[in-house]
Design a protein around this ligand. Structure first.
Ligand code: CO8
Length: 274
């Protein structure tokens, strides 16, 4: 792989989009490699993913403008589909994906972060959908996911104006869950960069998620995702089925037996993904 780094760290893995010279912009090759990386994740051992961009400056500065600049209508639609297919794979990936947004998340960068389950960012993060300034629409799901995440009024304002927003505003409108600052000492020297603090927090969260019963976590993701696309009567049935599905798993039997055990001196053993 030229543009994707993959590192498994115990029960979670970190995927890094590694095209720092172009601020990790998404060209066809990056999208193909990301697709192949997701296909190769060992779901028998990996229980959560963290997605980030290489370097301190940019998560993903969008789809590759150079590559898009000469596309025909048909090629534009095909490029949109390529991105959408990978982003949808991320969104419906069986295990949770945390976006660790380290800087620019513009256009396709904002869109890929919105395909993840959870967004955390560094204090230098900048989000936006600048597409209408380039003569196109947000074509990797931005018109759909931004409206669902922050509401149609705010999404329309951001998309129509093409205005970028900084981390505190992204936090205020609910686009990110938490913003991480650099650690400085008493003299004001940076001890840990915002990216380092962000990655530590994202990986800690991934490890925490990975400790919980894997089948239950996967079913929660499915229930939330599929339920949000349904009316409440259907959504509650989706939840019931996925709830019922957890029973008779070894992890459910073990998790409940451990709680009910009156003699809990022993340490809780890890869940088995069974
Ligand atoms: N595509 C290609 N190259 C890029 C991109 C990009 N999106 N963003 C940055 N780069 C490259 C620059 O060209 C530059 O390369 P070089 O050194 O060879 O000249 C390098 O990265 C560094 O960038 P800058 O020198 O511009 O760095 P600055 O710090 O001055 O500026 C910015 C940083 C503000 C992030 C600036 O680079 C910028 O505005 N980038 C473009 C942001 C943008 O508009 N993104 C949205 C793109 S459109 C999109 O994502 C559509 C998604 C849906 C596609 C649907 C398909 C049909």
């Amino acid at each position: 792989m030229d543009y994707i780094l993959y590192e498994q760290k115990g029960a979670y893995a970190v995927i890094t989009i590694n095209r720092e010279r172009a601020l990790n912009a998404l060209n066809s090759q990056v999208l193909d490699e990301l697709n192949a990386t997701l296909d190769a994740v060992d779901l028998s051992t990996v229980r959560c993913l963290v997605l980030t961009g290489a370097g301190e400056k940019s998560f993903v500065a969008g789809a590759d403008i150079g590559e898009m600049s000469t596309l025909t209508k048909a090629e534009g639609e095909a490029f949109g589909k390529k991105g959408n297919d990978v982003f949808r794979k991320l969104e419906t990936f069986p295990i949770p994906v945390i976006a660790a947004v380290n800087g620019f998340a513009l256009g396709g960068g904002c869109e890929i972060s919105m395909s993840c389950d959870i967004r955390l960012c560094s204090e230098n993060a900048v989000f936006g959908q600048p597409e209408v300034g380039l003569g196109i629409t947000p074509g990797f799901g931005g018109t759909q996911r931004l409206a669902r995440l922050v509401g149609p009024g705010m999404a329309k304002q951001l998309i129509y104006t093409a205005r970028n927003i900084k981390a505190p505003e992204a936090y205020r409108i609910g686009l990110v869950n938490e913003v991480f600052k650099a650690e400085v000492d008493a003299e004001g020297n940076v001890v840990k960069s915002a990216k380092e603090v962000l990655m530590a927090a994202a990986e800690k969260m991934a490890a925490t998620i990975a400790k919980n019963a894997p089948i239950a976590v996967r079913n929660c993701k499915k229930a939330i995702n599929e339920g949000l696309d349904a009316n409440m009567d259907d959504a509650i049935v989706i939840e019931e089925k996925l709830f019922g599905d957890c029973f008779e798993t070894e992890d459910q039997k073990y998790g409940m037996a451990f709680f009910l055990d009156k003699n809990k001196e022993k340490v809780k053993a890890p869940f088995q993904n069974k």
